[in-house]
Design a protein around this ligand. Structure first.
Ligand SMILES: Cc1ncc(COP(=O)(O)O)c(C=O)c1O
Length: 275
């Protein structure tokens, strides 16, 4: 499942793409069988775009066992895994835990592309700080990849901006600041988890229909898919003045504990009273 931005990037670069199944609206969970079947059916040697952690927009990540199975299929089909990692540390609160999907592929000796963004986890949106890491099978391959990347970068943006990169280097290069950053990130991830729990508790307490809202707790990261469709999302905005994307996604980072009950009332009303 690609984000709108991925599609625009691939279209602009004239890279042909197609989507694998990911989100299952029936369970508001992962359509793992569909995902595996589509990746298996893709032409051998395809690039497979994966979200390393905290999938945007759904908030639904594969389990460790499902990641293993994905790596099996990708290896078997000689596909190239391309990880988009924009929320490392924001999902679980731990940089290492959130890197486990990528590390699982690298441990198998697979070649891997990893596009990392530090916009969120370092709060540096406007500095455009990120990195592309390519794990290659041999030094000669790395040389070839490097020359291709330089060939792409020079006519595209020429040189990367340096100010944000120096801020990052300052933080990660100093053990005290690195420790503070990790602590603060854990706090932020913990805050989001608390809000997620409170939203689930409010929904379960208020909704008398017996609907299972546990998918909210299975999701991870800044976003949650509510399972609301377009007319229901419109009702959230028109009647309750809750502004969200029309695919039913809400950002938990923009929510506080005091507003969870109001949000739960709005979701319950939209879900049960609008088709
Ligand atoms: C999965 C994913 N990748 C990349 C980005 C964008 O990162 P950047 O701010 O570095 O462009 C986002 C969100 O904006 C995202 O959700």
């Amino acid at each position: 499942m690609l984000t709108g931005n991925h599609k625009n990037i691939f279209n602009d670069a004239r890279v042909p793409w197609s989507e694998y199944r990911y989100y299952d609206p029936k369970t508001v969970g992962l359509d793992f069988e569909g995902m595996i079947a589509d990746i298996q059916a893709a032409p051998e040697g395809s690039f497979v775009l994966l979200h390393g952690c905290a999938h945007n927009p759904t908030g639904i990540d594969p389990t460790p066992e499902q990641w293993e199975k994905l790596a099996d299929v990708i290896e078997e089909k000689k596909h190239m895994p391309f990880f988009d990692v924009a929320y490392q540390g924001f999902a679980s609160g731990s940089l290492d835990e959130d890197a486990s999907s990528v590390r699982l592929f690298v441990k198998r000796g697979l070649e891997v592309f990893v596009a990392q963004s530090y916009s969120k986890n370092l709060g540096l949106y406007a500095e455009r700080i990120g990195a592309i890491n390519v794990i290659c099978s041999a030094p000669e391959v790395a040389d070839r990849v490097k020359s291709q990347l330089k060939r792409l970068a020079r006519p595209m943006y020429s040189n990367p901006p340096i100010h944000g990169a120096k801020i990052v280097a300052n933080v990660v290069g100093d053990p005290t600041m690195f420790g503070e950053w990790k602590e603060e990130m854990e706090q932020m991830a913990g805050r989001i988890k608390n809000v997620r729990q409170k939203l689930y508790d409010s929904l379960t307490e208020k909704d008398q229909s017996g609907k299972d809202w546990s998918f909210i707790l299975s999701q991870i990261g800044m976003f949650s898919f509510t399972g609301l469709n377009r007319p229901q999302s419109d009702n959230m905005t028109d009647k309750w003045h809750i502004y969200m994307t029309k695919d039913g996604r809400i950002s938990l980072a923009g929510l506080n504990l005091a507003k969870c009950e109001y949000l739960a009332d709005a979701i319950i009303d939209s879900f049960h009273n609008v088709n």
